[in-house]
Design a protein around this ligand. Structure first.
Ligand code: FES
Length: 65
């Protein structure tokens, strides 16, 4: 049986998309609930629902490789 590994994909001018099982925790080590198996983590710093992306990066013109 093949081991299921999580992947993190950096999208140009957008978030980090995490697919697979991971433990998402705050800086204090507290678990952060995730409602989906695939999540997008904010990379621009402007999301109102951090650590998740809310799409604000588009309106802000965030640019990154
Ligand atoms: S990367 Fe999408 S809101 Fe920050």
């Amino acid at each position: 049986m093949r081991e299921q590994r999580a992947t993190i994909t950096s999208y140009p001018d957008g978030p980090l998309v995490v697919r697979g099982d991971i433990d998402l925790v705050s800086a204090d080590g507290e678990p952060i609930e995730r409602k989906r198996r695939t999540i997008a983590l904010c990379r621009c710093g402007l999301s109102t629902i951090k650590p998740f992306c809310d799409g604000t990066h588009r309106a802000a013109g965030f640019q990154a490789d």
